[in-house]
Ligand binder design. Sequence first.
Ligand SMILES: Nc1ncnc2c1ncn2[C@@H]1O[C@H](COP(=O)(O)OP(=O)(O)O)[C@@H](O)[C@H]1O
Ligand SMILES: [Mg+2]
Length: 229
Amino acid sequence: MSDREWILEVEDVAKAYTLGSVRLEVLRNIQWRVRRGEWAALLGASGSGKTTLLNLLGALERPDCGRICAAGTDYRTLNGRRAAVFRNRKIGFVFQSYCLLPELSIWENVLLPARMAGMTSGASAARARELLERVGLADRLRHRPGELSGGEQQRASIARALINDPELLLADEPTGNLDAATGEEILALFHELRRSRPNRAIIMITHNEAIAAQADTAMILRNGVLTAG
Ligand SMILES: Nc1ncnc2c1ncn2[C@@H]1O[C@H](COP(=O)(O)OP(=O)(O)O)[C@@H](O)[C@H]1O
Ligand SMILES: [Mg+2]
């Protein structure tokens, strides 16, 4: 198998947090490879370290040891500005708590990563419009995040994550705050993304095994150890 088929390689990664005198080993000896075209689910009980692992994969945090390589980049080379540029160009991140900017409209929130990437305003506006239509928010463009329901903010954050056509879409419980019907729409969107963007990959956290079953592969975090589901 050619190395190029792996969009993500994680080797011997560990992460611990120390609070006062208490050391919490959240992730231990993590090994994971994800192929281009793959939609992977990451399962685990609450507090098992799923968000911590996703933050490492999104270059939002650094592991204590080990190697992470994604979209052709070894994360050890990512310092400061390089990390920001890498995330902007290569990674789409859907946060569990959305992390939309409260002062900006939904339209501006979704466009922001495209502006940072220097996309022309015509191209980015067309893409933002298309994505907001696909997530069912075409009539909420002028709203601010605080004027939307949790599910609507979730969908806006998915549109924002996709605006720069990321190689790796990392989604932290993207259906967690949605009713069943809206959750199905998000999963249909992921199915469609996988079909239309076979060089990319999706990693989706969920604690719902029925949702994980829609993905191609599933991994489970237990006691800081990752195993195939
Ligand atoms: N910044 C942090 N400082 C200290 N402890 C943390 C921090 N982030 C997460 N933790 C702890 O690490 C564990 C795993 O958290 P998390 O990755 O959020 O789990 P999950 O997403 O699976 O619910 C939890 O016990 C949590 O309290
Ligand atoms: Mg979490």
